[in-house]
Design a protein around this ligand. Sequence first.
Ligand code: AMP
Length: 188
Amino acid sequence: MTTPTTPTAATRAAIALGSNLGDSLATLEGALQALAAATAIDLLACSSWYRSLAIGPAQPDYLNGCCLIRTTLAAEALLEELLRIERAFGRVRGERWGPRTLDLDLLLFGDLQRQEPILTVPHPHMLERPFVLTPLAEIAADWREPRSGHTIGELAARLGAGGLLERRPRPAGPPSMPALERGQPLAS
Ligand code: AMP
């Protein structure tokens, strides 16, 4: 059964965060706070941050991670919220694959499968990106990716950790995020 676009109950969703311009750690932590403060979004869990090699033109390393939320928003409204938060952190859309202050991608929205330019879920590139699957596996190893039918843990283990340079455990969540759980350390 597919997830309705307009949920009647809360839907679990997974979001990828990335930054390679400015103070990336502060930006990513700020983005988590913005998500936690957003209407109709509960932040459930956050992964560690990973420093990773950029793909595309020569540019600084990225800091990447993932979080899980629960929301009563429809998928389109959630994506709008992610784009609003990107803009709030000064995201300017430059060259494709170019450096960015903040990039937020909707990875999974329940078991919804949708393929449109404005919204493709599961995210079309998530299965080929160690900087997505490795942090996501910290917090959602048992979640079955709906297209492949495999769990995130299986997919992450199969893909490996190519391009990941360093894992940085998150600082403890501020009091405004009581639901926050820290990702479990990876067995390395
Ligand atoms: P980018 O900033 O390169 O991630 O691209 C953002 C654009 O991709 C936005 O205009 C979105 O409408 C579109 N898009 C399609 N599917 C997704 C998704 N799953 N997550 C984030 N953006 C998406």
